[in-house]
Ligand binder design. Structure first.
Ligand SMILES: Nc1ncnc2c1ncn2[C@@H]1O[C@H](COP(=O)(O)OP(=O)(O)O)[C@@H](O)[C@H]1O
Ligand SMILES: [Mg+2]
Length: 259
């Protein structure tokens, strides 16, 4: 049984074809980075895997389950960090409570928070190096700190699959690397499969196992060094150069807002 199996997936919104004939499979726990320009259908792909958007054609299986039919079960298996969480921006909430939301929303009523849950929130904060932030207000934090809190919120339910939609927006490079290192640890220790979306090519891609280049259709999917090349970048972004040097990946792309 695959962890994620997507076959000939097409998603349309009214007349816009957001994804077309997307096929790929993830069979082993791994870190998979999904890149593509704005409007390429990346967010739609994550939402389809969670059963949050209707598929027009094709088939999706998450650990053998159809996410449209078994949406509660599938969402319980997953941690999700949406692209810019607007809900979190307005309300002044304590960091501890933000983290605890990650379990509360996966429970049936009554959603009672126990002493064990609080302990678990502390453990996960400790793992991510944000324990000293727990009594702060979420709004006061820096971009990198906010992303780590949202990661803690996603991880507290111990998901088998973790999906992050553009988690590096507004995050400093040092925090990007430390988040990536934590994701690698999770994959290694808990066997968590990670799908991470980004619209620009980023040095941390080098730390992933697989990369998918997408622009409505899947242009390439595979090991980072194989899938990420000038041909696939040019198909996705309409041009681009890529340089691998001393084990790091550098890329120069013209217009990241091009479709
Ligand atoms: N709810 C929606 N209704 C109509 N069109 C949408 C909706 N969500 C996304 N789209 C369109 O679908 C395409 C893919 O969007 P999206 O998945 O958000 O791309 P990405 O995350 O790669 O930027 C875009 O053209 C976008 O405008
Ligand atoms: Mg998006």
């Amino acid at each position: 049984m695959s962890i994620i199996n997507v076959e000939n997936l097409t998603v349309t919104y009214d007349k816009i074809v957001a994804l077309e004939d997307v096929t790929f499979k993830i069979d082993t726990p791994s870190i998979n980075i999904i890149i593509g320009p704005n409007g390429a259908g990346k967010t739609t792909l994550l939402k389809a895997i969670m059963g949050l958007v209707k598929t027009t054609r094709g088939r999706i299986e998450v650990l053998g389950l159809n996410p449209m039919e078994k949406s509660f079960e599938v969402r319980k298996l997953m941690g999700y960090i949406p692209q810019r969480d607007r809900v979190m921006e307005g309300i002044p909430m304590k960091v501890t409570d933000v983290i605890l939301m990650g379990i509360a929303t996966k429970r049936e009523w009554p959603r009672i928070i126990s002493r064990e849950d609080l302990k678990e929130a502390e453990n996960i904060a400790e793992f991510l190096g944000i324990k000293d932030l727990m009594n702060k207000t979420f709004n006061q934090l820096s971009g990198g700190q906010k992303q780590k809190v949202l990661l803690a919120r996603a991880l507290i339910s111990k998901p088998k699959i973790l999906m992050l939609d553009e988690p590096f927006n507004g995050v400093d490079v040092i925090s990007q690397y430390s988040i990536m290192e934590k994701l690698k640890e999770l994959r290694k220790i808990n066997g968590t499969t990670i799908l991470l979306v980004t619209h620009d090519i980023n040095p941390v891609i080098e730390l992933a196992e697989n990369v998918m280049i997408i622009n409505r259709r899947v242009i390439a999917f595979g090991k980072v060094h194989e899938a990420l090349n000038e041909e696939s970048l040019s198909k996705a972004y309409g041009g681009g150069r890529i340089i691998f040097a001393e084990g790091k990946c550098y890329s120069i792309i013209g217009d990241t807002h091009h479709r």
